[in-house]
Design a protein around this ligand. Structure first.
Ligand code: UT7
Length: 327
């Protein structure tokens, strides 16, 4: 029999340095007005040059463990979702394991771009549901500012750095993760990618000259795909959990564009007030966004025991997915 799985603690960490839209006006041909009206973003956090993804992940993980009343030695598995790992290897999760002193934990990364947190939840869920592990840390963490082309106004205004974490544990009560949906369409891979730095286009002068080590995105096409795929996966995951859109108390979407979130709630006929939005402060933090948003929702006191949360995301791959949680 599969075990139930609940979130027993959340944590997040954002670097101190704030880069505002007005700061960006001095760097590239853009305006505060354009960025705000097209995306909802006012400012984003940028890690200092000595900070890597694991540094942010470690801080978020420590807070999540504290909130879950768990010691690092009790952690069985650490999953870090990221597309900005500290290094090609070892995995960022290994640095987190060392950093928090989780000496009994196995550790690995997963790569599903902005859908990484949902994919991480799904993987962590399986390990507990199957009975293999009891305490799993799922962390979404990015220093996206390192892979953004700061001369490309189409992308550089959108992203920010940060980390969000949750602790997963078994439960025998009527609570926790009720359903998960994961989807991928590799045919759309070219819409959003960092083409250089891997085995296809290894780092060399040519790769650097063509700026292949930075994010390339066809924003408009991703936008359309995002709205349709988020609506589809949310309907599917709610049906799996035998729930309807009107049963949802909180939507915690990936924070990519406020217009995408508005279109999603409109199409699903869910009160837009139920959508948690913090994109104005942090921009798109990729795999970190849902973990950060969940942590802020928990601490906002708006979330009550027994309420239904739907969280959903889309990103490079393209990948997308959703998860229903009974708090
Ligand atoms: O987590 C997954 C990551 N990906 C995404 O979230 C992307 C989803 N897509 C989007 O959020 C939107 O498509 C964007 C915010 C990226 C772009 O918004 P848009 O309304 O689709 O604008 P657009 O790409 O159609 O561009 C409209 C105009 C263009 O000028 P022209 O060709 O009409 O003269 C762009 O050059 O806006 C221009 N533009 C800018 N202007 C000022 C593009 N970026 C900027 C900018 N500042 N930063």
């Amino acid at each position: 029999m599969l075990k139930g799985v609940k979130i027993s603690g959340t944590g997040s960490f954002l670097p101190d340095r704030i880069l505002t839209n007005h700061d960006l006006e001095k760097m590239i041909d853009t305006s505060d007005e354009w960025i705000k009206t097209r995306t909802g973003i006012c400012e984003r956090r940028i890690a200092d040059e000595n900070t890597a993804t694991s540094d942010l992940a470690i801080e978020a993980a420590k807070k999540a463990l504290k909130n879950a009343h768990k010691k690092p030695e009790e952690v069985d598995l650490i999953i870090v979702a990221t597309v900005t790992p500290d290094m090609i290897f070892p995995s960022t999760a290994c640095f987190v394991q060392r950093g928090i002193g989780a000496k009994h934990a196995a550790a690995f990364d997963i790569s599903a771009a902005c859908s990484g947190f949902i994919y991480g939840l799904a993987v962590g869920y399986q390990f507990i549901a199957s009975g293999m592990y009891d305490t799993v840390l799922v962390i979404g963490a990015e220093v996206y500012s390192r892979i953004v082309d700061w001369t490309d106004r189409n992308t550089c205004v959108l992203f920010g750095d940060g980390a969000g974490a949750v602790v997963l544990e078994p439960t025998n009560k009527d609570e926790g993760i009720l359903a998960i949906d994961l989807e991928t369409d590799g045919n759309t891979a070219e819409l959003l990618m960092v083409p250089g730095g891997g085995s296809r286009n290894p780092i060399c002068q040519k790769t650097l000259d063509h700026r292949l080590n930075f994010v390339k995105m066809k924003g408009n096409e991703v936008f359309k795909f995002a709205v349709n795929s988020l609506v589809k996966t949310t309907r599917k995951v709610l049906a799996k959990a035998k729930l309807k859109p009107e049963d949802v108390d909180h939507i915690v979407p990936h924070q990519a564009n406020v217009r995408i979130i508005d279109a999603l709630t409109k199409k699903l006929k869910i009160d837009p007030e139920k959508a948690f939005i913090n994109i104005e402060k942090y921009g798109n933090t990729s795999a970190a966004s849902i973990g950060i948003a969940l942590d802020e929702l928990v601490h906002s006191k708006k979330l009550k025991k027994g309420q239904i949360i739907v969280t959903n995301a889309f990103g490079g791959g393209l990948t997308w997915g959703a998860c229903v949680i009974k708090w």
